[in-house]
Design a protein around this ligand. Sequence first.
Ligand code: NAD
Ligand code: UDP
Length: 336
Amino acid sequence: MKTILVTGGAGYIGSHVCVQLLEAGYSVVIADNLCNAQRDVVDRIARITGTQPVFYQTDLLDLDGLRAIFRAHAIDGVLHFAGLKAVGESTEQPLRYYSNNLTGTLHLLTAMQEAGCTTLVFSSSATVYGADNPVPFDERMPTSATNPYGYTKVVQERILTDIAAAQPDMSVLLLRYFNPVGAHPSGWIGEDPNGIPNNLMPYVAKVATGELPCINVFGNDYDTVDGTGVRDYIHVCDLARGHMLALEYAFGRTGTDIINLGTGRGSSVLELIYAFSKACGHPLPYVIAPRRPGDIASCWADTTKAKEVLGFTAQLTLADMCRDSWHFICRQRERE
Ligand code: NAD
Ligand code: UDP
């Protein structure tokens, strides 16, 4: 069975993908510097799957550390999740974001090239569709960005495309995620950011637990179903399943391809709050606040290509996402 290097594998999405890789019989090697993850996530992955992944606390900025991993393991392919992802923080610390995300990716590509590893699946984002494309977003649309985080994704897509073009045996798959939410149904892994969350679902979850008093709904005057922002929320376990299909697809081809991973369906902020209040069993207080600068009204995926190329269709609903997020948060609080 193939050995997969998962950069950022202790993080939110990477950990769910590691679970599915191990369950499918892949050997998994995780490289994560733990700048946004806990070490015990690796043990939780083992608890769910019954298999301990190999773990290196390695920074992608440390090229020799990466080289050592490729020397120690015959890596067949790489799933590249490692990166900094907070939009607001990227505006305050652009140098850190460009340095971490771009240099990290360049080092990874260097180590892969030296080791003769030619298959890479990259975590891109719907953010590369920028502010000017009409929904639904399809993979042929021009890319742009509205903040440094988004530009790191646009530039990484460019770097990977250029390198694959110059190296004919290389296979690169750029996966553009929409809004991953939810958690593993076991309640062992999920998303529980420290402090005040930036994203809607973890914020709502903290209001549901009483850690935060009230949800701020950023604008109710958008041209959407109820005036609040619309996003394509996808369950992280569906997203992980998409990666399993994507990896097999990447192994069977060369060149670069781009595929959206979303549900193709948008939900408004108020719809999400309502779905979460049903999941947690009590109403959630919210107030209408000003629009958040840089937000677009609506964002959802054209999923035609994922269906045609990967045979992927998301199966889990917004209710499933809220139920599993709530279950994870409750289990976390019990463990604390
Ligand atoms: P996350 O922060 O939970 O996981 C990223 C992991 O990478 C963390 O465990 C962190 O410790 C690690 N990391 C960061 N920089 C590193 C470095 N230099 N060396 C080694 N490890 C490093 O984030 P996530 O939500 O799991 O996102 C994974 C990927 O998917 C990211 O590239 C992100 O930009 C992308 N993405 C996420 C979303 C989302 O909403 N969560 C949406 C679109 C794209
Ligand atoms: N949002 C909100 N209150 C919050 C966080 C987010 O109303 O505390 C809105 C935001 O304006 C957007 C939607 O929820 O319309 C999803 O925001 P998130 O940050 O989760 O994802 P992104 O905007 O990056 O797609």
